[in-house]
Design a protein around this ligand. Sequence first.
Ligand SMILES: [Zn+2]
Length: 146
Amino acid sequence: MLCYCHSCSALNRVPFEKVKEKTPLCGKCQGQIQLHDFVQEVPTEAFDKILRNSNDYILVDFWASWCGPCQQYGPTFQMVSKEFGDRVQFLKVNTETEVELASRLGIRGIPNTVLIKDSKIVDSISGALNYDQLRQWLSSKFKIIS
Ligand SMILES: [Zn+2]
């Protein structure tokens, strides 16, 4: 998976199994990669970099700190990353700081979960899903498109 370094902005390609064992360090500056299970919070610059460099599916949680349902949804998103992290790159984008990115992707309400492949939006779903709903939604995408 691609791991973004918040210290030096480098993008590290780290095998999922390695990430599973231990939170990786950045190959460039040795800084600790910031991961919550397999979820990374990214600024726009990193989002664009990951899109350009990833062949995997990318699942993005668009959220904001003032949004109650987003707070609720965060742990669910994280939990599902443990199951799909080997196939899907899990990202979180803060719509308060990454305003331009959210509008570029047409995000109107939050939380909004967007599935991307080859820089294109495959599908999106809004609202704070529970664990089973998110799992099922994601699994159904794989049956159809993989
Ligand atoms: Zn670094």
